[in-house]
Structure formats: C-alpha cells, structure tokens
Design a protein around this ligand. Structure first.
Ligand SMILES: Cc1cc2nc3c(=O)[nH]c(=O)nc-3n(C[C@H](O)[C@H](O)[C@H](O)COP(=O)(O)OP(=O)(O)OC[C@H]3O[C@@H](n4cnc5c(N)ncnc54)[C@H](O)[C@@H]3O)c2cc1C
Length: 414
C-alpha cells in the first residue's frame, strides 16, 4: 500500500487529508508541530482578546468514514525532510518513511534580526501566528497587562488592535514604513481608513518611525523608545512584521527562496513531493509569483495536491492572492495584483473600489467599504474584467450574472 505523509495540519493539510480519505486505500499519516486540532488562524486576534475561546477556533477533521483512515500525529514536528531518501525525521528522532509527501507547513512570523534576542530572552514578547501565541497574549491580558505595543501595521497588527478595542487595553502600533497596511493598499487608499481609525480611542499609530531601544527590566520589556523621541509604556510586545514560509526543515536540494516552487499540479521540483498553502510560491492569475496567503488557496491547493498524490492528473484552477482586514464598520481588502501603472476608481455611497489595470484588463482591486457589497467583486480579477464591467457591477445594473454575489452572504473569503 502506498505510504503518504502530510506535514502540517492547517487548512491545506486538512483539506488534503479529507480528500485522501475519500480515495482508494492508502496509508496516510499526518503530522503537526502543534499539539491541537486544526484551527482558524484569522480568529487568533479574537482569542487573544478574550472574545472567543480556543474551542471555537477548532475545525472539524472530517473524512474519518472514508476508504482511507488518516493517522493523525499532533505534536510531531518534522525537523528534517529528505526528499530523495523519502524519509522524515521527527522532533522525537523517530523516522517516518513515505512514498509521497505533501508539505503544508504554512508560514512563521518573520522576526527582524534586531528583535530575535528580545523574543528569546524577554517573557512578555510574542509573535501572533499560532494558537499558543494567542493563548499567551490572552493570559497576559487576563493577568492585568494593559499597554500593548504592536510592531508592524500590516494585516495581523491591525486585526489585533481592532480585536483589543473593547478590552480596556492601550494599544500602540509602531510601523517603520510611512503607512498602515502597506502590502495591500496604496497610500491614498489607506488614508480612507483614517476617519475610522481616529474613532479608536484605545489606539495610537506611530508610522514612519523606528524603534531606538527597549527599556528592559526583570526579563521583560517595560518601555519602547522610538527614534522620534516618544517613549511607549509596555506590558506586552507583539511582533507582527510579516511572515516567511516554513521551509527550514527541507533537504537543501530543494530550493525554497520565497516559498516552495510548485507546478500547476502542486508538485515541487522533487518528484512525489507536493506542497500547498502559505508555504508555496505559485503563479497567480496575473502571472505574478506569490505565496499562498489565503484560506481559499490553501484549501484548493491541498485538494489538488491530494488528488494528484492519489494518482489523478488535476491542474489547479487560476488563483489570486489578497488580504482582508475588518475595521468595523468597514473592511479593507486587496484582491490580486495592485502594482499596475494605471487605475480606475469607483465610489458608491460609502464603498470605494480602485481597479488596477494592465492594458484593458483588471489585474487587482483595492476596496474600502461594506463587507457584503464588496465580496462579489472577487471574480472580477479571476475573470479578467474590463474596468467598465466593474463599474456596471458596482452600480448594481450588471448583466454579468454576478450581481447576486454582491448581496450574497454565502460567498466567503475564508
Ligand atoms: C491573523 C490572521 C488573519 C488572517 N486573515 C485571513 C482572512 O481573512 N482570509 C484568508 O483567506 N486568510 C487569512 N489569513 C491567512 C490564512 O490563515 C492562511 O492563508 C492559511 O491558514 C494557510 O493555511 P496553511 O495550511 O497553508 O498553513 P497554516 O494554517 O499556517 O498551517 C500550517 C501547519 O503546519 C504545521 N507545521 C509547521 N511546520 C511544521 C513542521 N516542521 N512539522 C510539522 N508541522 C509543521 C503548523 O503547526 C500548522 O499546523 C489570516 C492569517 C492570520 C494569522
């Protein structure tokens, strides 16, 4: 019987396991570094803020009744994967041999070099990516922590600040770049969020400034001193400076700069080794190479990889990358590639959309507005609309067959 190893128990690994369970009899083992069921990462800020419990984030395993049983090994981290030898060495020094493997290890927080010692040595520094990080932050807040300094004004930093708004916390976000959400919104689009953020009395934004030094006492960061002279009181530091794909355990023969490169069947350069989700570097519908970034990508790629592992020949459908951040009552979102040189803007009531175009087709969208009215625009990038089509769609008089999606609650990002 063919032996399959799934490394990682996030959306990509879980979808692969569910798919393989329905296939012909295989011997499938799934290992996860974390000692818990799969969970919803985008709810970690809610867990940290005490608005949800850990159990609310867990995903159902599914697939137990299929032809193939999945042997799940939580708390088993792969420390080395030998692609040619077809073996994985676990953190407990056990070796698992396999015929085919799926690498679905997601990404880890990217820690700037100057902050590495801080994370290692100070008991009140976390990087919000895993369930255990959220629980650690929650415990600090429950223990009386009030002054929270978040390093990075990207998606995770902004989501956490938002989740903490009713927690009695005083949140400072320090961002070295000139603006918030820099990888998803252009400057003038991001500025449209300022009226919303100004209403957040718990939040202070420090953009365009660096950290000069940390005031450390008793193994904890007590103050964060900025280059512009500000001194921020601090009970907890949260590092939210971006992520990097989890590839450090891969045999060196498999290049992994920016993520594992895959073909459209989700197979890496090593035959029989597949990859899916945030760990991959794939070609999007606009021709750009990017990491997975979205739940929908992780699930689709996990399913495609699993079907190919099971012996089918399936290609991944066209996909885009993006980000979404809810800053009540609006969402800010990016879909696709927003680096184009030309754009068209549309505003209807309080909804704003910027369509980036490349020639006559739309390659990306930036959106600020009502979550329900904006979701339906997702297909615009996949179907390579013209800006005029978006104008029609947005004004609700479209005959493109997508108008119902504008009001649909069923169409989900995640
Ligand atoms: C705060 C936040 C908000 C987000 N918001 C959204 C959103 O609104 N919409 C959206 O679509 N996406 C969102 N995302 C991104 C989304 O969560 C990811 O794209 C998705 O979870 C990727 O799934 P994955 O399976 O590739 O990786 P992950 O979910 O990261 O899972 C990877 C798994 O691999 C395990 N692992 C890692 N290394 C090893 C190893 N060496 N050995 C064994 N196991 C290992 C990990 O423990 C983990 O279980 C958000 C993410 C965060 C953190």
């Amino acid at each position: 019987m063919e032996r399959v190893l799934i490394v990682g128990n996030g959306y990509a690994g879980l979808q692969a396991a569910r798919t393989l369970a329905r296939e012909k009899a295989l011997s499938v083992t799934m290992v996860s570094a974390e000692d818990c069921p799969a969970y919803v990462p985008h709810l970690l800020p809610e867990l940290a803020a005490g608005r949800m419990e850990a159990g609310d984030l867990f995903l159902p395993r599914g697939g137990e009744a299929g032809a193939t049983e999945i042997a799940f090994r939580p708390g088993a981290r792969v420390k080395k994967l030998f692609a040619r030898k077809r073996a994985a060495l676990l953190s407990n020094d056990e070796t698992i041999a396999f015929d085919k493997a799926l690498v679905a290890t997601g990404a880890s927080p990217w820690i700037p070099e100057n902050l590495e010692p801080l994370l290692a040595q100070c008991g009140n520094v976390v990087a919000l990516k895993r369930l255990s990080d959220a629980i650690a932050l929650r415990n600090s807040l429950d223990g009386g922590a009030r002054d929270i300094v978040i390093i990075g004004a990207g998606r995770v930093g902004m989501l956490l600040a938002e989740a903490l708004k009713d927690r009695g916390a005083a949140v400072s976000i320090v961002e070295i770049g000139p603006r918030i959400l820099a990888t998803m919104l252009q400057q003038d689009v991001a500025e449209r969020l300022h009226p919303v953020l100004e209403k957040r009395r718990h939040l202070r934004l420090h953009t365009g400034t660096r950290i000069a030094r940390f005031g450390i006492d008793g193994g904890k960061v007590r103050e964060v001193h900025l280059a512009d002279g500000a001194a921020l009181p601090c009970d907890v530091v949260v590092i939210a400076a971006g992520v990097a794909p989890n590839t450090g355990f891969m045999e060196e023969t498999l290049p992994a700069a920016g993520g594992l490169a895959v073909d459209d069947r989700m197979e890496t350069a090593a035959p029989g080794i597949y990859a899916a989700g945030d760990v991959v570097f794939f070609e999007t519908v606009t021709g750009k190479k990017e990491p997975g970034q979205l739940v929908v990508n992780a699930r689709t790629q996990g399913e495609v990889a699993a079907r190919n592992i099971a012996g089918h020949n399936v290609a991944c459908p066209p996909m885009f990358t993006g980000n979404v951040v809810k800053l009540d009552p609006v969402i800010a979102a990016r879909i696709g590639d927003i680096d184009g040189t030309d754009h068209a803007d549309f505003t209807v009531q309080r909804d704003f959309v910027r369509a980036t175009r490349n020639g006559s087709t739309v390659t990306g969208l930036q959106m600020i507005g009502d979550p329900e009215s904006l979701r339906g625009l997702v297909p615009a990038v996949l179907k390579r609309f013209r800006p005029e089509d978006i104008a029609d769609l947005f004004r609700g008089r479209s005959d493109l067959g997508l108008a119902p999606l504008l009001l649909s609650r069923g169409y989900a990002w995640a």
